[in-house]
Design a protein around this ligand. Structure first.
Ligand code: DX5
Ligand code: ZN
Length: 206
């Protein structure tokens, strides 16, 4: 299992130190970009991503929870993103956007819990990663939506690239999602609200 700690639940007054603490055990760093429009919360922008880029060589998995991602993705390419994931619900030109992002880095598409897999059925062969939201996006620390396990199983039959799940992941449900076909788990509060980051990350490596 690829483990991607989400900085959303880290201490934002010392992001560099938080990254350093997870770096020896993590595979990717997951960055949640929220605009207060696509989701109700506002987090960080490309300026912060660029400044923490200097801290680690781990891949930056940038999750854009923003409206009109076509207007913003390039800032994150320039800031050093390795994977840029956009929400299928946030754009009217998903195919074009995927093609554009692919010119610069790896590309992912995210689906909210209520969004059916049919949204990406015609682009699955174009993407590197499918991110299945296992909570409604916007906040850390929410409860994993069990019915998303079936969605993962269906998605696994549709695509060969990475399947990632994001929201409410912990040591209890990681085995279930692994069995369903998940390659990458994103975990925020489970890691950053724990006393021992190393132990928390290792418990997700099933
Ligand atoms: C939620 C974000 C997640 C969030 C997950 O909208 O996309 O990446 O950090 O947090 P936990 O693991 O606490 O559910
Ligand atoms: Zn995320």
């Amino acid at each position: 299992m690829i483990v991607a700690p989400s900085l959303l639940s880290a201490d934002f007054s010392k992001l560099g130190e938080e990254i350093k603490k997870v770096e020896p055990y993590a595979d990717w760093i997951h960055l949640d970009i929220m605009d207060g429009h696509f989701v109700p919360n506002i987090t960080i922008g490309a300026i912060v991503v660029k400044s923490i880029r200097k801290v680690t060589i781990l891949p930056f998995d940038v999750h854009l929870m923003v409206s009109e991602p076509e207007k913003h993705y390039m800032d994150f390419v320039k800031a050093g993103a390795d994977i840029i994931t956009v929400h299928a619900e946030a754009t009217h030109s998903l195919y074009r956007l995927i093609k554009e992002i692919k010119k610069h880095c790896k590309v992912g598409v995210a689906l909210n819990p209520a969004t059916p897999l049919s949204m990406i059925e015609n682009v699955v062969d174009e993407i590197d990663l499918l991110l299945i939201m296992t909570v409604e996006p916007g906040f850390g620390g929410q409860k994993f939506i069990e019915s998303m396990v079936e969605k993962v199983k269906k998605a696994r039959k549709m695509m060969n690239g990475y399947i990632s799940v994001d929201g409410g992941i912990n040591a209890k449900n990681v085995k279930t999602v692994k069995k369903a076909g998940v390659d990458v788990v994103v975990a925020g509060s489970y890691i950053f609200k724990s006393k021992n980051y190393k132990k928390a990350i290792e418990s997700l490596r099933v």
